[in-house]
Ligand binder design. Sequence first.
Ligand code: RIB
Length: 307
Amino acid sequence: MIVVFGSINIDLVQRTPHLPAPGETVLCDGYDLVPGGKGANQALAAARAGASTAMIGMVGPDAFADAALRDLSQTGVDLSGIGRSTRPTGCASVHVAEDGENAIVVSSGANQTVTANQAPDSTFTPDTTVLLQMEIPLSENRAFLHRAHGAVRRAILNAAPAGPIPDDALDCLDILVVNEGEGAMIATQAGLSASSLRDVPAQLARRYDLTCILTLGADGAIIASADDIFSVGAAPVTPIDTTGAGDTFVGFLAAGLDSGLDLRTASARASLAAGLACTVTGAQTSIPTALAVDANLRHLPKVETLN
Ligand code: RIB
């Protein structure tokens, strides 16, 4: 069972020839309104990967709320932990350039009113994997992690978007997922100085006694735990939109581990799913099903031990 504690957004997606520079206005043809939010995307990815999944979060008293929850509801994610805030449903403006890169601004709205108290004590069981991101208040993530610590099977934090995280919250984690910028910020905060890219996950793994996954986009990921370090490649795809690829990786990883896969197998499958997500526009619209991943197993990225 996976419980996602996190953000829910509606994404306003605009495909532009290039990302606007400061002060620049860029014209594009049209736009799409699609469900998004790192929390909701990861919950959907876990559910599409086959895990029994519940989501705890907040939406507003507006028409965007139902639209934001549409795909979660259709995929069978348990939404009994979703509250209604007086603040508007979170909304992200997502600019996607022709090369697939994106720039995102999130208006947090109702996500700022999420509280750890929304989770009943029955959330925290030895069979549960909890999954968090950084789009809701840090104080509530911290309170949630302290309640989960020692009570759940594993706690996973995707530290996106980047921000400072107190040591006592990091100490509650089993798995920390970061990109280069997020990893560098946490390493600096911890007083660590890495001499190479692979040092970052290795040092964070040792410092906080966890498994650290450093995602590297088209270069795959480096994964370190106390006694192991390995790389996972990326799927051979031509990206048209990378929005939600990181969320797909995290959701599939959590689901794979939840189903009993070992870390290497779950990571390779998550990397393949993330690659497939880059071939379709949008966040939730692009998250593949387990069946789609199974149909592409010939492209499963390689796992290599690093010394
Ligand atoms: O990770 C992608 C997500 O970031 C988008 O869906 C957007 O809502 C922002 O939260």
